[in-house]
Design a protein around this ligand. Structure first.
Ligand code: MSP
Length: 586
């Protein structure tokens, strides 16, 4: 029964390895890979303050999805991954004034911080866009002209609340009063708590109300458009309510830091319209070739900007005669001691300190393993140490150590698998059979793991993919513990066959773990795979066939020399980090 299951899995794995289809476009004529294209984006980040771990989390989720796709479809030409900075608008204009800088000075400074952070964190973006670039101004103005030509804009009086921090208009029902610094009640946004001010001016207005039904249709016909599913439902619920037209410009005398409305310098384009168009700018809009990437787009965004991406953006695209993005992946937020991170509360967690303390791979693993898209997650240092020590240092690192230790594997090779010791048919008996029933459960779990991981990536549940890997690591440690290879000896011919088989199975598991961890912990995975002697060409998901000898195929790794020992895979943190002791004392 178990074997049947494992065999079925293998045949599935061979036909369709652990890959899922991300939003994809056919390559344009002359497309160089022949593969469908996929385009991943992060939100572009406001430059009013330095990056924090929430921003890094958004970028890491996109990075992991994109790296996973590259493992399925190798070659750089068919996958694109954009990030960048959102540099216009009232928020930036005001932040620059407060800092005593010109807006562009502030933008240059903070944009560089984001770029440096992302470089250090291994964000493998192919494009970094700044909305102050000339190419972007051109794209936004062109997009505006298309909207205008299609009759989507009109001039009208806008009167209502505006929240500069959130850069959004709010109806009366979304505004409340809070006691301000002077003791007087101040109007604030009900959702974010940020101050709002009353605005009355003549603006250009976008006919958003026309798109309620088209948006409903789009979402009903594309149940995977917004993932995870509860966010899809949220948007459908929003669309049950009235959808008022949207003001898409501000008076330039009030907002000068932005892109002027073409042909009307007295108005500046609304920063969200400006920002959203970045996704088109990156792929060359308005040049015709942008269509080879659009709408094969996966937008990764935080839940706070869902309305902009799932209502305004698709409506604007439809208004401009373009298709909505293929997928929108939504995540929740990191809090600190249950509170929102904010400069005023002084609880902002600096991502660069975290990368230094926990290493790049360690911190990437932590955020992606603990971050649950559907709910907010609370951050604290002890949680990071506990997780990394137990899963990366002890479980995974310990497993590698045990199997490669000189006294257990003195030849330093990838040992052979003996089918007489570990027959494909459970329940067989014979003088050489040493396998136990639980070992078949391990084989079965390992054979399904790549597909399971791919499905979790597709559902934007990367933490579950890592949980599944971690559970298999535990099972593999159990396998080693059960068979205690340190009690076997190479000198005895019967022991030697079984000892080789036990190590072979463990190496095969480690090879699968290393391959599957590449999107999350690229350096650690590289170290692991290099130690096992797995070459760069053997690290894709298409080539990932677990334990081929068990299924009657040849195994290219048998007898191969292991790679050099370059030290512990992931050193434990709790003994080596003096700052933690200090943190406990204070
Ligand atoms: N500039 C807009 C996005 C425009 S995209 C066309 C913006 N910028 S932001 O800097 O405020 O946020 C960028 C991303 O960081 C968003 O996805 C947001 O959800 C995310 N995060 C901000 N704080 C966060 C946490 N505390 N936790 C997790 N992610 C959070 O919005």
């Amino acid at each position: 029964m178990l074997r049947q299951c494992a065999l079925r899995v293998l045949s599935r794995t061979r036909a369709a390895p652990g890959c899922r289809r991300y939003g994809s476009c056919s390559p344009s004529a002359g497309g160089d890979t022949g593969e469908a294209r996929a385009y991943f984006t992060t939100p572009i980040f406001y430059v009013n303050a330095a990056p924090h771990i929430g921003h890094l989390y958004s970028a890491l989720l996109a990075d992991a999805l994109c790296r996973h796709r590259r493992l399925c479809v190798p070659g750089s030409a068919s996958t694109r991954f954009a990030t960048g900075t959102d540099e216009h608008g009232l928020k930036i204009q005001q932040a620059a004034a407060t800092a005593g800088l010109s807006p562009i000075e502030l933008c240059d400074r903070v944009s560089a911080q984001f770029q440096q952070l992302f470089r250090e964190a291994g964000i493998s973006s192919t494009d970094f866009i700044r909305t102050t670039e000339a190419r972007h101004r051109l794209a936004v103005q062109h997009f505006w002209e298309v909207l205008e030509a299609r009759g989507m804009l009109y001039k009208g009086l806008y009167e209502g609340w505006y929240c500069a921090s959130d850069e959004c208009f709010l109806p009366e029902a979304k505004v409340t009063r809070q006691v301000g610094p002077t003791g007087d009640p101040c109007p604030v946004s009900l959702e974010s708590g940020h101050p709002v001010s009353w605005t009355k001016e003549e603006n250009y207005i976008f006919r958003l109300s026309q798109f309620r039904e088209p948006l409903q249709r789009w979402l009903r016909n594309n149940p995977q458009a917004i993932t995870p599913e509860p966010f899809h439902q949220t948007v459908l619920q929003w669309l049950e309510e009235e959808l008022p037209d949207l003001s898409v410009s501000r008076r330039s005398s009030h907002l000068h830091w932005g892109i002027p409305v073409p042909g009307d310098d007295s108005q500046t384009i609304y920063v969200w319209l400006d920002a959203l168009v970045n996704y088109l700018t990156v792929v060359g809009y308005p040049d015709a070739d942008f269509k080879s990437w659009w709408p094969a787009t996966s937008h990764i965004i935080g839940k706070d900007i869902l309305k902009f991406h799932a209502i305004y953006w698709p409506a604007l695209l439809l208004g401009a005669g373009l298709r909505p993005p293929h997928r929108i992946y939504v995540h929740s937020h990191w809090t600190v001691s249950g509170q929102k991170m904010s400069k005023s509360l002084g609880n902002v967690v600096d991502p660069r300190t975290c990368l230094d303390r926990y290493t790049v791979d360690g911190f990437r693993y932590f955020l992606l393993r603990q971050g649950v898209p559907n709910w907010d997650c609370d951050y604290y240092d002890e949680k990071v140490v506990k997780l990394l020590d137990s899963e990366l240092a002890d479980a995974l690192g310990g497993l590698l150590n045990r199997c490669t230790a000189y006294r257990i594997n003195p030849s330093g090779t990838y040992p052979s698998f003996c089918t007489a010791c570990f027959p494909s048919e459970p329940g067989l008996t014979g003088p050489s059979v040493r396998v136990q029933a639980e070992d078949y459960a391990l084989v079965s779990a390992m054979a399904t793991l790549p597909r399971q991981v791919a499905d979790y990536y597709d559902d934007f549940q990367i933490y579950k993919a890592l949980e599944a890997v971690s559970s298999c690591v535990r099972q593999t440690n159990g396998f080693i513990q059960r068979h205690a290879p340190w009690k076997l000896t190479w000198e005895s011919p019967e022991d030697a066959l079984w000892l080789g088989t036990v190590l072979h199975v463990a190496f095969e598991c480690l090879r699968v773990f290393g391959t599957l961890l590449q999107p999350v912990t690229p350096s650690l995975a590289d170290k692991l795979l290099s130690r096992l002697g797995v070459s760069a060409e053997e690290r894709g998901l298409r080539e990932l066939h677990f334990l081929p000898r068990f299924y009657g195929h040849s195994c290219p790794f048998e007898g191969r020399k292991l790679g050099p020992d370059t030290g512990l895979l992931f050193p434990r943190l709790d003994q080596s980090r003096t700052w933690l002791v200090k943190a406990h004392r204070t």
